[in-house]
Each structure stands twice: as C-alpha cells, then as structure tokens.
Design a protein. Structure first.
Ligand code: ZN
Length: 510
C-alpha cells in the first residue's frame, strides 16, 4: 500500500476510535445510571449522555470521514481483508448516520422520553388509552425514519436492517411461516400431556447465595472476570466498553430460583461473544457482535441449549443442592430438569418457555407490521392482541398490563426491527450448537464434568473473534456451512421436549 493510502487508513482508524471512545464513555454513564447512580442524578445524567451522543453523532457524520472513505475506496489499491471489512462497515455506518437529519434525532429522542414515562404510568394503572397518542406518534416517526432509506420493499425493512443487517420483512415472514405451524403443533401436543410440576423452583432463596452461584457458574463457563463484572439492576443487560471491560447485570427474586440464574447465564452468553471478539478490532466498528440475531443466538445458546440441558445440570445440580439444601435436598435431578423446562401457555413473553416463546415474538412482529402498514389502528391493538393470544396460545389476558402493555419496545421510541432478532436468535442458537456438536460430539460429556472449554473455543474461532468483519449471513454460512434455516431448531425442540413429555417423535424430512 502507498504511504498516502496508509496515512489515510491511519486517519480513518483514529477518527473511528474517537467515535468509539465517545460512545463507550456514554455506555459507562448508562451502566452507572442503571446500577449505582442515586436517583438525584437523573436530570444531569440525561443531559450528559445527550451531550456525548451528540458529539459522537457529529463525528460519525463528519464530511472528513466521508472524504477518507471515498479516497480509500477510489484508490483501487489492495487493502488487506480486515481493512477492506473495516472500510465497508465504516461506510455502512457513515451512510446510515448521514441519512438521518439531526432535527429528527432530536424529535425522536424527546418523544422517546415522554413515551417511556407515559408507558410506565399507563402500565401501572392498566390504562392503554393513555399511551395511544404516544404510540401513534411512534408509528409516524418510524415511518418517517424508514423513508430516509427509501426505496424499500416494506416500510419495516430499514428498521430491521439496522439490527439484523441484510434481512427483510419478506425473509423474516418466510422463516416464521415455516416455524409457526410446527410450534403450534408442538404446543398443542404438549398441552395434551400431563402437566409438569415446577413447585421446586419456588420457595425462599437468599439473594447472596443466588448471586454467588450465578457468578460461579458464568465464570466456570468462561466469562473472564478480569475483563468483566456482575452487578444488580432492574432489567438485566450486557454492555461493552472495550474488549477488556464487558459487564453484565442481573436481578434476583427472593421467592424463585430461575430468574437470577438463567438471566445471568443469558447475559454471560452476550458477554462471552463480546469478550471473544479479536482485540485487533478494539475501538473500531468491527469490534462488536455482527447482528442482533447473532448476539441473541449466543445468549440463548448458553442460557438454553447448554444451560437448560440435562448434561449441564448433571454437573451443576449437586452444587445447587449444596447451595440451597432446604430447597433441593429431596428433589431429584430429573424433577428439577423437568421443572426448568416446563412448557406452559402463558401470558408473559419474558416468562415463556423455549417452545411457546417464539409464538409471543411472531405475534408482536405481525402486529407491529400491521400498525406500520396502516392496517391496524392503535385503538384496536388490545383486541388484536387478545385475539392472537387466543388463537396461538389458547389463553387471553384480562388486563392490557398482561397484554399489549407488557413490553417496553413499542413505548420507547421507534417501532419495528426489535422483535424478530429474538426468534432469529433461537433458530441460530440451534443451528450453531448443532454444528458444534457435529464437530465435537464429546461436548455433552464435557458438560457433565462442568467443562465448556471446547465449545467456547469452537465458538470463539468460528463466530466470536470475527466481530463485524463478515456480514451476518456470511458469518452464519462460514460457521455452519448453511444459510440460516429452521430445521436444526425444530429438531432440537422436538427431540428435547418430545422426550420430556413422552411424545412420539415424527421423522423430520426438512
Ligand atoms: Zn439477550
């Protein structure tokens, strides 16, 4: 590469690093706000975060950055493969950021704050009507946002592309249309079998022991505490400041076991991904997970495919019994395993099991698209929600608090592009885990011994280290040898829950 080009590449890296520094500083403030900040700090913290994100946005849309990208793309010189990826991803981020006028960002962020506050109160009072005007504005803003990226086939395509690069409504609908009937059948078949008791998951569980056990477990699966930490919060999350500092948060319930343990495993899955990204990409736009779906797949893989598997608990159950002797001394592993995998047609998405979870997601995806398309009026949302719950799950919320007010997603700014990633994550988790098992059939035996190193090393090599170097579809193809497809997921669910509920497993020819 010529000296001139090398210099431009250096300048590009330096300016991307500054953008990343500003965003990471904002992330530290956000982490502090949801963990330790006293309530009195709210107003000034909101302003501090807004200032940092304004500076980051200015830098991310600066004309000089565009000129550097133009020059590097036009030079015709060979960039190394990671450098070419860096230029491609930086270009994508630059174009996206530049298409959105600053005035829109301001309006949307002011609306987000108002809408969120209105939702918190409306949920408390079970008053959907109070949120309706905000929801209408959110829909208008989402449509306005999408128009910045015209042309598109569907109004939600640009919103999906923000989180799951390259995916479209048509593609997601195609995947969901394969999955939904199979899940409805499986849910119905399980519903016809005797219910499993989950009484052993309830009772008194000391908070300190819960946190210590969760921390012990995530450290054992490979979460590096020299480059991370666990704290308490209202809504668990994972956040990355650099490859040397990837933090997770969790919450506990005194009367129940699963919440803290599995949400910590889930967030640790996100964190293993972030900690596994190559250090070479630190401070650059390549230095994070490739898409929402891929990120969620790693959270789900560790939480469910590993964390709710029998071999995993063959190692961990004696530890659990030792931690909570009063709760588990007289409960068998088989009983416990059945309880943590109990399938139930329930109202609340975040409590849903692996089988019914995606039915909650697909409903939200369809309803938000109908609202964005103008086919569903906001005032009809509560009834549309109840109708779909009846149809898919055979249960119906008596209040909107347990219905269309339960999730924050539609009441915190733009609508669309947030839900599909959960189900794509579940599908990918199965596809990626199945590939790992094919390559290393010994993994379940290793889990029985509490050893996850081979699995983690494989995931690091095939997925984590690459960050955003490859497009999501390319990364999936490289790691698993196939594009995203639902067959491994259905096979996983039918195998696991067929055995748990004594269903005759039909041959799957897909
Ligand atoms: Zn997640």
């Amino acid at each position: 590469m010529s000296g001139d080009n090398e210099q431009k590449l250096d300048l590009l890296k330096r300016s991307l690093l500054e953008i990343d520094d500003l965003r990471s500083a904002g992330a530290v403030l956000a982490w502090d706000q949801t963990t330790y900040m006293p309530a009195g700090g709210s107003a000034s913290r909101a302003r501090q975060r807004a200032t940092l994100s304004r500076f980051a946005h200015q830098k991310a849309t600066a004309a000089e950055l565009g000129c550097l990208l133009d020059a590097l793309e036009a030079s015709g010189e060979d960039l190394s493969e990671p450098e070419a990826s860096l230029v491609r991803v930086a270009r994508r981020d630059f174009e996206k950021a530049n298409k959105i006028p600053a005035s829109f960002v301001e309006r949307a962020s002011a609306h987000r704050a108002q809408s969120y506050a209105a939702w918190v109160q409306a949920r408390e009072e079970d008053d959907f009507a109070a949120t309706a005007p905000y929801l209408r504005t959110s829909i208008d803003l989402s449509r306005e946002y999408a128009e910045f990226f015209a042309p598109f086939a569907h109004i939600c395509d640009p919103l999906i592309d923000d989180t799951d690069e390259g995916m479209t409504v048509a593609e997601v609908r195609q995947i969901f249309s394969e999955l939904r009937p199979a899940l409805l059948d499986l849910t119905r078949d399980i519903g016809n079998r005797p219910q499993v008791s989950h009484a052993c998951l309830k009772g008194a569980f000391g908070e300190d022991q819960q946190l210590a056990l969760a921390l012990f477990a995530v450290e054992k699966i490979g979460y590096d505490l020299a480059r991370g930490r666990l704290d308490k919060t209202v809504h668990p999350f994972c956040t990355r400041f650099s490859s040397g500092d990837v933090r997770i948060t969790t919450r506990t319930r005194k009367d129940e076991f699963c919440e803290a343990f599995f949400s910590t495993l889930h967030e640790a899955g996100h964190a293993l991904y972030e900690q596994g990204v190559s250090e070479d990409f630190d401070g650059s736009p390549l230095g994070r997970g490739a898409s929402a779906g891929l990120h969620e797949s790693q959270a789900r893989l560790w939480e469910n495919n590993v964390g709710r598997s029998y071999p995993f608990w063959e190692y961990w159950y004696p530890v659990l019994q030792e931690t909570f002797p009063a709760n588990y001394a007289d409960v068998s592993l088989q009983e416990f395993y059945a309880a943590i995998n109990r399938v139930e047609r329930s109202l609340i998405r975040t409590d849903a099991d692996e089988v019914t979870y995606n039915l909650h997601i697909m409903m939200r995806f369809d309803l938000e698209n109908e609202m964005l398309e103008g086919r569903l009026d906001v005032q009809d949302l509560p009834e549309a929600w109840r109708a779909r719950m009846r149809e898919d799950l055979g249960v119906e919320p008596e209040t909107d608090r347990e219905g269309c007010l339960q999730d924050v997603h539609w009441y915190a700014g733009l609508i669309g592009g947030a839900f599909q990633g959960y189900t794509i994550g579940n599908i990918l988790a199965a596809q990626i885990y199945a590939t790992a098992l094919q390559m290393h059939p010994d993994i379940p035996h290793q889990l029985q011994r509490g050893d996850t190193s081979q699995l983690l090393n494989w995931l690091r090599r095939e997925v984590y280290q690459h960050g955003r170097r490859y497009r999501p579809d390319e990364l999936i193809l490289r790691a698993t040898g196939r594009p995203l497809h639902v067959a491994p997921y259905l096979e996983y669910l039918r195998g696991k829950f067929g055995a748990l509920y004594g269903l005759s497993v039909e041959a799957d020819c897909s």
